[in-house]
Design a protein around this ligand. Structure first.
Ligand SMILES: [Cu+2]
Length: 516
């Protein structure tokens, strides 16, 4: 416990008064220290090792204002390589801070540290951050809130805002889960859905229900719920009995207000809704339910987490009355998701959402699935055979991460030979070779690992480069890479069964003002 409270103390969000002109913005500098470590947590009578930041699940919220510069010191105390991705942040002139492992940086090695620094301007609402080692993001994740300058919302200012982090509880080491997936085994499932880390009272072990997330409200107030789906695979439906929502934002942008009684949130998506506490003071259940297409798609068990909205002044046992639970759609009915997302439109803003009216280059992308022979075999039995691994493809081309270099670093160095080629096809294929055409079904499945890219011309598509002083993309992204040169033998994970001992570091915080 002492270790955790120490970590929590070290988690500091500070606002330095100095202007952040050097980083490209004019807001404050918001600084955090994120210590990523292992922790045991017990649910449903079993203790599982999980990976967390500063002892928190979900991880700490980053809370900034449009125009601020974010500085995050990440300390990796895991026995695995790690990067943190700032999901949805546009990373203007800070591509080295995007946190995509082996793409924009090499992973922070076990025991290592790395500083992410970037400015956020022109985005507002909710995003999130997460580990970019595939499965660790199930628990190494948190909300990333961007408030409008001067607190000026395009809707009445909410009384309070509440992150609602929808996730899943895996009774399985997430690193092992990742290994199995890379091996082509997709049969593992989480045990339950979670709301803000709580499994909810619908899950129980030997009759003892799990804890539920509780949202305390005051009648007459309006709440801004920042709903983020951090689950690995499933899309979720979210409802609160007796209440409706006004959707006002998604993924860091405002939306034209849209009224609904149910939110649909896809993995990785963030939806901002206003919820007026206008029901008779009592208790009401909230429910997050995973949806999935019907068979013949592969089926998962039903996942649901139930929380509580509790009005101030209501009796602790709801006067002995049953607590209303929202009526959820069938988990196999995916149409509500289609309607929900079709109804979202951006809120017009004079400074944003400029759509280029001139097109320089047309790119055509087809996404699909293919299979690759296991090991080094060039030929194997295709189709859904144990000799192959199923992979995603873009224009029939697969992708595999490098293991000892970052694509961006090599691009800057000009040493791309053998790492990737720049010949990703981006043209509409003829009918016989279109991956989705039934006539090419056999061809669709025959793939090899490859790494091919496409480099559009800088400032193309008629847009004016945002940073007029830049003459090329290279000059616009300030170079502060994690050097990969010393990491030739570092891969995502330490070898199976040989977890390294991580030296504990004493770290003194040089931070002056603490917030949060
Ligand atoms: Cu992401």
């Amino acid at each position: 416990m002492e270790k955790l409270s120490m970590a929590a103390t070290m988690f500091c969000a500070v606002v330095l008064a100095a202007l952040a002109a050097a980083a490209g913005g004019e807001g404050a500098v918001v600084e955090h220290t994120s210590i990523v470590h292992e922790m045991n947590q017990t649910h449903l009578c079993n203790t599982t090792k999980i990976y967390v930041v500063n002892g928190q699940l979900p991880g700490p919220t980053i809370d900034i204002t449009d125009g601020d510069t974010v500085v995050v010191h990440v300390v990796n105390r895991l026995p695995h390589g790690l990067t943190i991705h700032w999901h949805g942040v546009r990373q203007m002139r800070s591509c080295w801070s995007d946190g995509a492992g082996f793409v924009t940086e090499c992973p922070i090695p076990p025991g290592g540290e790395h500083v992410y620094r970037f400015n956020v301007t022109g985005q507002v609402g909710t995003l999130w951050w997460h580990a970019h080692v595939t499965c660790l993001r199930a628990t190494v994740a948190g909300a990333f809130i961007i408030r409008p300058k001067g607190g000026r919302y395009p809707f009445p200012t909410p009384a309070k805002d509440v992150p609602i982090i929808i996730g899943e509880w895996w009774e399985l080491d997430l690193v092992e889960l990742d290994r199995r997936m890379h091996d082509g085994n997709f049969d593992d499932n989480p045990l339950s859905a979670t709301i803000n880390g709580k499994l909810g009272d619908l899950s129980n072990c030997s009759g003892k229900p799990e804890e539920s997330f509780v949202l305390d409200v005051v009648r007459g107030d309006t709440y801004l719920l920042r709903i983020v789906n951090t689950a690995l695979f499933s899309e979720y439906y979210f409802k609160v009995a007796g209440h409706t929502f006004t959707v006002v934002g998604a993924d860091g942008y405002y939306l034209t207000p849209y009224k609904t009684n149910m939110v649909t949130v896809a993995p990785g998506e963030a939806i901002d809704v206003l919820m007026a506490a206008d029901a008779p003071p009592a208790h009401y259940h909230m429910v997050a339910l995973a949806n999935q297409p019907p068979e013949p798609d592969p089926q998962i068990p039903g996942f649901m987490s139930r929380g509580l909205v509790r009005y101030a002044g209501s009796s602790h046992n709801n006067n002995g009355l049953p607590v209303p639970t929202p009526l959820m759609p069938s988990q196999h009915n995916t149409m509500p998701s289609y309607y929900f997302h079709s109804n979202l439109t951006g809120l017009a803003h004079p400074d944003r959402h400029r759509v280029p009216m001139h097109v320089d280059e047309r790119l055509f992308f087809t996404l699909g699935l293919g299979s690759i022979c296991r090991g080094t075999n060039k030929t194997c039995e295709r189709g859904r055979s144990p000799q192959t691994i199923v992979v995603a493809t873009m224009n029939n081309v697969s992708f595999r991460h490098p293991t000892n270099a970052s694509l961006l670093e090599r691009y800057y160095d000009g040493r791309t030979s053998g790492l990737y080629t720049e010949d990703l096809p981006t043209i509409r294929r003829t009918r016989t070779t279109t991956p989705t055409a039934p006539s090419s079904r056999r061809g669709r499945w025959r793939r090899r690992w490859s790494r091919r890219s496409r480099r559009p011309s800088y400032g193309g598509s008629g847009t004016t480069p945002r940073w007029r002083s830049c003459s090329s993309a290279r000059r616009c992204c300030r170079a502060t890479p994690t050097p990969c040169t010393s990491m030739a033998t570092t891969s995502w994970f330490s070898p199976r069964g040989s977890a390294t001992t991580i030296p504990r570091r004493t770290r003194r915080s040089s931070i002056t003002t603490t917030r949060g």
